[in-house]
Write a protein that binds this ligand. Sequence first.
Ligand code: FAD
Ligand code: NAD
Length: 460
Amino acid sequence: MVMGDLVREVDVVVVGGGPGGYSAAFRCAELGLETLVVDPGKRLGGACLYEGCIPSKALLHVAGLKAEAERAKEFGLDLGEPRLALDSLRKWKAERVVGRLSRGLAAVARAKGVEIVGGRAVFEDSRGLRVDGEEPQKIRFKHAVIATGSLPSPLPGIAGPSDRVMDSTAALDLPDVPERLLVIGGGYIGLELGQVYAALGSAVTLVEMTDGLLPGVDRDLVQPLARRCEKLFTAIHLGTKVAELRPAGARIEARFAGETPAFDRVLVAVGRRAQTDGLGLEATRVRRDARGVIEVDDRCRTHDPRIYAVGDVTGEPMLAHRAMRQGKVVAEVIAGRPAAFDNIAVPAVVFTDPEVAWCGLTESEAGRQGRAVKVARFQWAASGRAATLGRSDGLTKLVVDPDSGRVLGVGLTGPGAGELIAEGALAIEAALTAEDLAATIHAHPTLSESLMEAAETLLR
Ligand code: FAD
Ligand code: NAD
């Protein structure tokens, strides 16, 4: 018998070992289901651990330290000129950050009895799939969870003419620090990685096709970040599209805004698309929309009764914590427990300097819906803690139902906004009112007081 003839029978096969897949697998195993994960890397972590959240946040931490060291001069502390050892930075990111977490996930899988099979899964029908690659075999399943994530979208109409045109995965490898970097896309990745490269010493030019950075996010939350980027970046071109990229010697010439400047590298960050190609879904009843996004209901069920899907492959918002929550929900559903992905607030955090975070209903979305809301703002200029940090440029805002006083949305800009948004998500999920926030004692001096202070303005 050759390996490819082997047929395994399991309760649950999870296709893809990212945050959605491993969260589903771990919870399935805890609920007593025999569970197996298929992933080409034969490892858990997915895009989030190896080419997304974790490496980007490690680099942003370093960028943040450099900015802090520069700010420290204002307080009379001169730490000297920071010097970068690129090899040490790459090694720290790969081994001490990503490697350590990767080994941790492998240990959890072993402890829970979740097996990981190396290879790409291809569905053969609604009960079985084959694994191509490292460990070829056939798997019969009672239930399957598709968690194959997403891939960077290419720039429409423009072929990547050289390896100097990078996607986020290539950029996170830090091939070098280009003298001149063009970033295409002013969303999450363009801003986070643009700030990383600017901190490392690149002259960054950013091109965004809409008329503002982070389109869709409330403008007052974006403004402090936009101001910071104007200082950090060499140029920002809004309402602009790159019409052509072409090699010019060792550089890349880009045509936009009537000019053709040359760059040492280009980062394309214009969104991500669901990864479903080659999965064999045509052999199942799973349905995809025109963008390849798998259609699911609030229990993460596809149109095929035995097949579920979680994470980026199910569409926006493509965030790791959403994938993880869906993963836990799907395991409960498979185990026959009452569960649904019915969260009202999926927090979003852009880990730039300053951080921008929001959850629930935004002021702009309320406007689009024509929904009456009360909005409370607290400028961090009045925060004692912000003053001690030398960071008074932040903002906290609450979007509240005018009749019931319920908190419907929370937005934050400033250092630590990504941590503070947890209180907002909890307030929304627990149906708390502005009065509840105002009456809760928040430690002093902390930035969390800004949520209480914003709530108090509504009670006056
Ligand atoms: P993924 O993590 O994409 O995992 C899918 C896995 O499936 C992969 O390992 C893939 O190899 C595997 N796979 C694909 N096809 C097959 C197949 N046929 N058979 C078997 N396996 C297959 N989100 C946040 O919440 N916070 C952040 O700070 C953040 N930062 C990010 C930074 C960057 C640069 C990027 C690119 C993304 C970031 N994200 C962040 C988004 C986050 O990475 C994703 O939302 C998250 O990884 C989605 O998890 P997932 O489980 O759906 O899929
Ligand atoms: P994005 O959707 O956040 O931003 C893409 C940006 O590119 C948008 O502003 C869009 O208007 C612009 N754009 C699109 N086409 C363009 C063109 N032809 N020319 C110029 N600009 C163009 O996408 P992203 O930054 O690639 O990130 C992908 C996804 O990954 C995010 O949406 C998010 O779900 C996830 N992510 C999350 C985090 C985080 O949670 N901190 C960090 C990175 C990525």
